[in-house]
Design a protein around this ligand. Structure first.
Ligand SMILES: Cc1ncc(COP(=O)(O)O)c(C=O)c1O
Length: 346
């Protein structure tokens, strides 16, 4: 086999031909002066898509979440996060390191939720001078830490009602927000209407090479714009990359359904292989989590797949993660299943 089938993540996507052309043609200006017409167009389009007043183009999901949390919170404030979420586990503790914000982790359920009673029990008494001040609840949708599960809007509505009652704000890490909307067959605003602010990635499944969006009300975004400058994210002729983001939002959302379909086919094929267990019902979006049940050495298993041209990622213990994306077609899925079958029979 000559090509590598890279299923480690949907972050490995390359820009589409239309994106490359748009990047070439993009009208440019200095975005720190607010002069880049392509960035401005992307920010307007993105805000409208998610039903928020304003949006900010940032370099990455991590930068979007960081600027978001820091725009909501000051030093000595606390955020409630799920213990399996990306903000807590995979963003180098940025809100704490750079903003003096404390993380208060609460157990995530297997559906990516934080139970409401856990949230209620975690909010600090503002009159207790021993405690940090609870300011913000962070949700994630789809939830990567539990395998790309869609967090239901009905649950998010309950969290928002609780937050409003408690004087808290809700931020959504929607790195794969559009995967959730496509899986729900719903407009993305059915999800984002339940949060104050949202970060979503134009990279990953939407296939732009760089970039994320942070959206919220105008005052929040103007605060976040200052924070983006502070962390070195004020880019100049950023329209070169924003152009791909516009194509992502105009052309790449509906095709996420193909990735989800490929993931289902991969999941059910894997589950039919002796020594592998895969919960097909939990394959809701682009992530396939499967477990090796015959006791073989995981490192060796993954090394053999790599040697045969299939790249996957570890998901803790004996579990493996494979992610479908733009660039992976039905033939790649069949080839992957063939290679895994052969590897398991040795
Ligand atoms: C759920 C989630 N949030 C945030 C991020 C951060 O995105 P980035 O890699 O663009 O910083 C990721 C990246 O994989 C993610 O999976």
């Amino acid at each position: 086999m000559s090509t590598i089938i890279d299923l480690r993540s949907d972050t490995v996507t390359h820009p589409s031909p239309a994106m490359r052309q748009a990047m070439f043609d993009a009208p440019l200006g200095d975005d720190v002066y607010g002069d880049d017409p392509t960035v401005n167009a992307l920010e307007q389009l993105a805000a409208a898509k998610v039903g928020k007043e304003a949006a900010l183009f940032v370099s990455s999901g991590t930068m979007g979440n960081l600027c978001g949390v820091l725009a909501h919170c000051g030093r000595g404030d606390e955020i409630l996060v799920g213990d399996k979420c990306h903000i807590y586990n995979h963003e180098a503790g940025g809100a704490s390191v750079l903003g003096g914000v404390a993380y208060h982790p609460l157990p995530n359920t297997s559906m990516g939720e934080i139970p409401l009673d856990a949230l209620a029990g975690a909010v600090r008494d503002p009159d207790n001078l021993h405690a940090a001040l609870t300011r913000l609840i962070c949700l994630e949708n789809t939830h990567g830490g539990v395998g790309g599960i869609v967090v239901q809007p009905s649950y998010m509505a309950q969290v928002k009602a609780f937050a409003d009652k408690s004087g808290l704000k809700v931020h959504l890490d929607g790195a794969r927000l559009f995967n959730a909307a496509v899986a729900l067959r719903a407009d993305v605003r059915e999800i984002t209407k339940h949060v104050d602010t949202v970060q979503f990635c134009l990279s990953k499944g939407l296939s732009a090479p760089i970039g994320s969006i942070l959206a919220g009300d105008a005052a929040f975004i103007s605060k976040a714009r200052r924070l983006r400058k502070m962390v070195g994210g004020g880019l100049r002729q950023a329209g070169v990359i924003a152009a791909a983001g516009i194509v992502a939002l105009n052309e790449m959302i509906d095709r996420l359904a193909e990735d989800h379909q490929h993931a289902k086919v991969l999941a059910s094929g894997l589950n039919s292989i002796a020594g592998i267990s895969c919960d097909v019902a939990r394959t809701e979006t682009d992530m396939v989590i499967f477990t090796i049940t015959d006791g073989r050495d995981m490192k060796q298993f993954m090394a053999k797949l790599t040697a045969a041209g299939v790249l996957v990622g570890g998901f803790g213990g004996t579990s493996v993660r494979a992610v479908t994306h733009y660039g992976i077609d039905g033939n790649h899925i069949e080839q992957t299943l063939e290679i895994v079958r052969k590897t398991m029979s040795n």
